[in-house]
Design a protein around this ligand. Sequence first.
Ligand SMILES: [Ca+2]
Length: 421
Amino acid sequence: MRMPFSTLFTVLAAMAPAIAAAEDSDTPLPQLATEVAFPNLKFDRPVAMDYPNDGSNLLFVVEQHQAKVWSFPNDKETSQKQLFLQLPAPISKDNEEGLLGLAFHPKYKENGQFFVYYSADDSASGGPRRRSVVSRFRVSKTDPRVADPKSEERIWIGPDDPFGNHNGGCIAFGPDGFLYITLGDSGSADDPLRSGQNPKDHFGSILRIDVDHPADGKAYGIPSDNPARRDPKFAHWAPEVYCIGLRNVWKFSFDRETGDLFAGDVGQNLYEMVHLIKNGGNYGWSIKEAFHPFLPQRRTKADPASPISPPLVEYPHKPTPERPDDGKSITGGYVYRGKALKDLVGVYVYGDFDTGRIWGLREKGGKAVASAELIDLKPATKLPIAAFGEDAEGELYILAFGSKSSADGRIYRLVPRKSGL
Ligand SMILES: [Ca+2]
């Protein structure tokens, strides 16, 4: 789950202050720090957080290789972690595989449905050794704190996957009520299947499906304004494909105020990037890595239906004398819409898994108009940022990767920076 961020900084190190002064002088990006949000809770390889819109004030955290979903009250002092789901199906457990995504149905309170994304190992039943799956589960009819493990229905089954890495794994419902799914370019390196610019396969894309209206013999329907359904120029795209040209989106999210879709896309050797995602968009992989040429056009052709859109920002991997190591693996976050940090409202927050750095950007008209580092990173505060999470109030959390034998596995929050820190 490498997470990149860097080209942005060669560009923005010089430009961002001027841009910010011209367009956003009254809203500087705040200086923040991190603190443990739930001191009594610890998780094993936590990789995703979600909450149901049911007034329960519960948060849910996914453990990647344990294949568990835990719930707990959104209360700083809580020590009441309760097992919600133990995934019944066998999973693949390569470093980037496992239980990766969780999304509660927008009408969970009425229908008890939630969805998970996992790396299935179906070899015991004669199926493929590795492929990604999205399943629907339901909460128990008798206990609202426990899922019914027998309720699983596989909704979407991904293509056979030749490699253990680049599995995306983020799922979320958009403001349109459709389920968005991301999976990477299959894996290995250099886009070996040339899937980035191939809109016929599901790799290297964000998909959008309608889980409430199954159709055409599938367990889901296709929204009428998916690219292939709304415009003949996209007729060669698979009906599920919403956008293409992504290497491995490690987390996307919707701005709960505007509905805008932001994605952190992990680059290969040089750059990490943030994209503003549009219906029918093409984000360039593997012709481009962020703003830069990657594979030449003679080795992979750009899809003719959709010109390549550059990222909002990028950051480089390689440190320079003027700039420390920004990171190697981006973790996309959220546009902050909470109440605790007023200066952060409207800022898209993201970080890097390798370096623990956390940045913010303001977007306007499809461009980043302000960009800055939010925390003053000290070795003692360097978090392996596996994911960001959001609660019902729009407050943000950071899931720090860790296991039973390591120091972390805790959940952090952003707080105002005290003077002297
Ligand atoms: Ca893969």
